[in-house]
Ligand binder design. Structure first.
Ligand code: B12
Ligand code: SF4
Ligand code: SF4
Length: 253
């Protein structure tokens, strides 16, 4: 069943990028599975984020959380290396990937229900609190628990296909074998202190070795959103994800 779910996501992406009105392209998705009762879900709530929802809040009786990572084709991040403002390709990929994630989630929920299972996604209204700039559900944390990667000091989840891509999740009542959390650190800085390229790349003083200022970051995202208003809601920057040793792979490989 795990392979069937991964194939379903992969096929959805392949068909989506064939559409005439879609310009972005993605590599084969990575898919991971977390047990809904993994103690790390509660740990996140108790240690870091008291408001964070549990899988049970999204689907009562849910047993497994499915996490997927949609890596961008390399030309998209490469287009975003130069200049302070984001490239149009990066902005467009953000807008199109948000549509893709929303469609994949709806498709998976309906497809699993059609097979007689229960499944649910996080309601989009809970995804972002614009005053605090946080969410009640962490796609990164879920993907980490599902064994898809580890955190970089740029805050991104670094997977075996790097950090340049976007994440999605749904919860189901199917009991599936959980994937193991990755041991060790993919980020070079966390591994042996040998890298800080992402910090040097930040264009608005938001990401420093002392920490991350989400409001300064959001200032840059808003500047780009205004520039690319004609594309939709492109709240982007992403300079701290591109041209890094971890952009397209686990740098320790
Ligand atoms: C709020 C938000 C923002 C805010 C704040 C960013 C931030 N760093 O927190 C703003 C608007 C500034 C922003 C900016 C960006 N964002 Co943003 N954002 C989100 C959003 C909607 C919610 C994040 C959140 O608050 N989660 C809840 C908190 C509690 O968890 P967390 O911060 O995700 O994760 C923490 C815990 O896991 C904890 N933790 C780490 N290790 C451990 C271990 C244990 C044991 C425990 C208990 C906890 C713990 O620390 C983590 C980091 O703070 C997510 C989507 C989502 N729903 O997850 C996207 C998301 C994080 N953003 C993403 C991206 C790509 C960006 C941008 C590059 C913009 C762009 N697309 O061009 C920039 C990058 C800025 C940066 N370097 O951090 C991607 C990241 C993809 C990836 N590879 O990881 C996400 C996942 C969207 C997606 N669906 O793919 N973002
Ligand atoms: S650029 Fe270097 S320090 Fe930054 S997240 Fe990637 S590996 Fe870690
Ligand atoms: S997204 Fe832009 S402003 Fe935000 S931390 Fe990264 S480089 Fe800095």
């Amino acid at each position: 069943m795990k392979k069937t779910i991964a194939r379903e996501i992969e096929n959805y992406v392949l068909n989506f990028q064939k559409r005439d009105n879609i310009d972005s392209f993605w590599k084969t998705p990575l898919v991971g599975f977390a047990a809904a009762n993994n103690p790390n879900f509660l740990l996140l709530k108790e240690v870091a984020a008291p408001d964070h929802l549990q899988p049970e809040d999204i689907l009562p009786g849910g047993k497994t959380v499915i996490a997927y990572f949609l890596p961008f084709q390399e030309w998209i991040p490469k287009s975003n290396v130069e200049n302070v403002q984001s490239s149009e390709e990066w902005a467009r990929a953000y807008v199109e990937t948000n549509i893709l994630i929303s469609e994949i989630n709806d498709h998976l929920v309906n497809w699993l229900k059609g097979l007689g299972h229960k499944a649910a996604k996080l309601p989009p209204s809970l995804n972002m609190d614009y005053e605090r700039l946080t969410s009640l559900w962490s796609n990164r944390h879920v993907a980490y628990i599902a064994g898809l990667g580890t955190f970089g000091i740029n805050n991104m989840l670094i997977t075996e296909k790097g950090c340049c891509g976007r994440l999605g999740n749904i919860v189901t009542d199917i009991q599936l074998e959980a994937d193991k959390i990755i041991e060790g650190e993919y980020c070079f800085y966390k591994h042996n202190g040998s890298c800080s390229v992402c910090v040097d790349r930040c264009v608005n003083g938001a990401l420093t070795m002392e920490g991350f200022d989400r409001f300064k970051c959001f200032e840059m995202l808003t500047e780009n959103e205004e520039k690319y208003e004609y594309l939709g809601e492109a709240s982007v920057c992403g300079k701290c994800l591109v041209e890094l040793p971890c952009s397209f792979k686990n740098p320790n490989d």
